[in-house]
Ligand binder design. Structure first.
Ligand SMILES: NC(=O)c1ccc[n+]([C@@H]2O[C@H](COP(=O)([O-])OP(=O)(O)OC[C@H]3O[C@@H](n4cnc5c(N)ncnc54)[C@H](OP(=O)(O)O)[C@@H]3O)[C@@H](O)[C@H]2O)c1
Length: 310
């Protein structure tokens, strides 16, 4: 079968190569991969990946063989899947059934491929904030894939959603998703919040911490700004107005039992994933070489198969 393999010096550090078919372990299903949407984590992992390895965490497709242990999706099921052991940018993939969810048969693979990492991250991060009914929740980096889903799930959970995104032209869309306040920076957020999901890090994380109510939490989910965090002296000195505040890290790979929630997110037709920009998978390396631009939405690669060219 064909797969993208890491190749130092090649455009995007990848070549489309003939590789061995996957050999599923007893707890893995064999999937025909139809689409995948690279995540920032996929791209960040490329330089450190062993030469000749197949990158790619998540995607969508059709089950070719059920897991030998009898659990999980059945042959022919449309699925979305997630495996941080990578091997996803390929025509076929073995993936644990614990992170493979059955989707509605009519669901489009391009849409499904946008969901596994971002949507499950948003859901699990928000859950860490406890009940957010009637509480102010701040989403920093709200135009990100994780952020868009977090805005929607927080609004549905009854939170007063405060969205921060640097591009004001995208604020109206965030309001349509459920944000009640939108800001280009944290400096204009006037009232404190119960909890924050931060996709950016750097000064955003420092400022988000300062905006917490007593007992509030920042989930430091992402670090897209690529900047250091310097907390001013006294930032962690507590008084009655600042006691019990916390910052906690988050790693999706440590979250157990994601399949049921992935299935529910996949079946949720009200969940807006935003514009999808489908491309032929043969364009992947050049797209990465160009800096992985997203001029018109989330870039999704359609995997070609000899029996059904895309
Ligand atoms: N811990 C985990 O397990 C986990 C799981 C999932 C994701 N993540 C991380 O979470 C982050 C978001 O992931 P994603 O897939 O949602 O990312 P994404 O769709 O690529 O979005 C990245 C976001 O970062 C914003 N951004 C980048 N640099 C910025 C800067 N200097 N100032 C302000 N905004 C900036 C972009 O704003 P524009 O829209 O204006 O360009 C965009 O909204 C990534 O860092 C990812 O690695 C972590």
């Amino acid at each position: 079968m064909l797969a993208w393999t890491t190749t130092p010096g090649a455009p995007g550090g990848l070549t489309l190569s003939e590789v061995a078919e996957p050999s599923p372990l007893p707890h893995e299903v064999l999937v025909r991969v139809e689409a995948f949407a690279p995540n920032p984590g996929d791209l960040a992992a490329l330089p450190g990946a062993p030469t000749g390895s197949v990158p790619g965490w998540d995607g969508a497709g059709i089950v070719l063989a059920a897991a030998a242990d009898g659990a999980g999706p059945r042959v022919g099921d449309r699925v979305l899947f997630l495996g941080l052991g990578a091997r996803g940018w390929a025509q076929r993939r073995a993936v644990p059934h614990a992170t493979t969810a059955t989707a509605p048969p009519a669901a489009e693979s391009e849409r499904l491929a946008t969901l596994p990492v971002p949507a499950t991250s948003a859901l699990r991060a928000l859950r860490r904030l406890g009940s957010i009914l009637g509480r102010r929740v701040l989403i920093v980096g709200a135009t990100s894939a994780v952020g868009r889903i977090a805005v929607q799930l927080a609004a549905r959970s009854g939170a007063h959603v405060v969205a921060v995104a640097r591009d004001a032209r995208r604020h109206a869309a965030l309001r349509r998703l459920g944000a009640q306040e939108t800001h280009t920076t944290l400096s204009s957020v006037a009232s404190r919040v119960h909890g924050t999901i931060d996709m950016l890090g750097g000064q955003h994380l420092v400022d988000a911490y300062a905006l917490l109510e007593p007992g509030g939490t920042v989930i430091a989910l992402g670090h897209s700004a690529g900047a250091e965090e310097h907390f001013p002296s006294g930032a962690f000195v507590a008084d009655p107005t600042t006691s019990g505040r916390s910052i906690t890290s988050f790693f999706l790979g440590s979250e157990p039992d994601l399949a049921a929630e992935m299935a529910s997110l996949a079946a949720d037709e009200q969940l807006e994933v935003g514009d999808v920009d489908p491309r032929a998978w043969t364009e992947l390396a050049n797209w990465i070489e160009q800096g992985a631009p997203r001029p018109s939405g989330r870039v999704v690669f359609r995997v070609a198969h000899p029996d059904a060219p895309s």
